[in-house]
Design a protein around this ligand. Structure first.
Ligand code: C2E
Ligand code: MG
Ligand code: MG
Ligand code: MG
Length: 277
């Protein structure tokens, strides 16, 4: 009996130790990742379901560490925990805008969505830093969408709501990511004046069972409130068909297009424009 307990304690200590070692290593390397050119963005198109037209691109951060890719779900929490997310977050917005500009070819640049962490929104300077950035790049704020997860509603933070309102004043759009997994209600979306909600992929995944009725209900209320809805994580032709049938306007997912490297974007956007004609 005693030996088993001892062994378990040893095991947990060891795995905890390994985890802390990895955390320390990763956060250390992450702190220099921008200078080392180890970060880059990929872009996943968001498409209009009826026309197949690309309405925007979501920027997703990628990190290459010694030839290995570390997933955002692992390094974003570390960036938050180790005080790196503000710097990285602004870099992401800058790079996303630059990419959009470089795709514009003289005409209107595509709109870009960036994911923003709650910690960034708790910073009094966030909205004004974004404003300076957009001014410097001469980027039209109405082409920038900021995706926030519902965790922002877990607590009613004054600064956070101030920052969101300041962003909206600049004409930046707000999108609620992973809708349905967190704390928000549709009425809190309305109070916030969000423009878009993104129904979480877990519901799209269950579309042939329990998901459909939830998706329908959310869409109906969202549309009556003037919010646009994106269905996230569309992985099959069947899901796409069902979503089209129930009037979902905007779709995103591997079935439509995987996140693309910057170099692939021009070609993809050109070919998707040709398809329309
Ligand atoms: P998210 O914002 O909800 O982004 C969607 C995630 O789902 C992305 O994972 C995307 O690659 C993936 N995805 C897209 N289509 C499908 C599909 O059909 N099926 C499945 N199973 N997955 C799909 P990724 O790039 O690994 O990012 C994960 C999360 O990390 C993001 O979720 C976002 O919350 C966070 N993240 C990514 N980039 C950034 C960033 O620059 N800043 C911050 N703060 N968070 C970021
Ligand atoms: Mg997102
Ligand atoms: Mg999401
Ligand atoms: Mg998310």
């Amino acid at each position: 009996q005693k030996r088993v307990e001892k062994g378990q304690v040893g095991y947990f200590n060891e795995s905890l130790r390994q985890r802390l070692i990895r955390e320390r290593l990763l956060s250390d390397r992450l702190s220099t990742a921008i200078e080392e050119n180890a970060l880059r963005l990929v872009f996943q198109p968001i498409l209009e379901s009826q026309t197949g037209k690309v309405t925007g691109l979501e920027a997703l951060l990628r990190w290459h560490l010694d030839g290995e890719e570390v997933a955002p779900v692992e390094f974003i929490p570390l960036a938050e925990q180790y005080g790196l997310i503000k710097t990285i977050g602004l870099w992401v917005i800058e790079q996303a805008c630059l990419q959009s500009i470089s795709l514009s070819k003289g005409s209107q640049p595509p709109s870009v969505s960036v994911n923003v962490s709650v910690i960034q929104l708790q910073d009094h300077n966030f909205a004004s830093q974004v404003q300076s950035l957009l001014t410097r790049l001469q980027f039209d704020p109405s082409l920038l969408l900021i995706e926030i997860t519902e965790s922002v509603f877990a607590t009613d933070q004054k600064t956070l709501l101030e920052q969101i309102q300041a962003l909206q004043k600049l004409n930046i759009k707000i999108s609620i990511d992973d809708f349905g997994t967190g704390y928000s209600s549709l009425s809190s979306m309305q109070n916030l004046g969000a423009d878009i909600i993104k129904i979480d992929k877990s519901f799209i995944n269950k579309i042939d069972s329990t998901g459909l009725s939830i998706i329908k209900a959310v869409m109906e209320i969202a549309h009556s409130m003037g919010l646009r809805v994106v269905a996230e994580g569309v992985e099959t032709a069947e899901q796409e068909k069902i979503l089209k049938d129930i009037g979902a306007h905007l779709l995103q997912g591997y079935h439509l297009c995987r996140p693309l490297e910057a170099e692939q974007l021009t070609e993809y956007l050109d070919s998707s424009t040709e398809q329309k004609i």
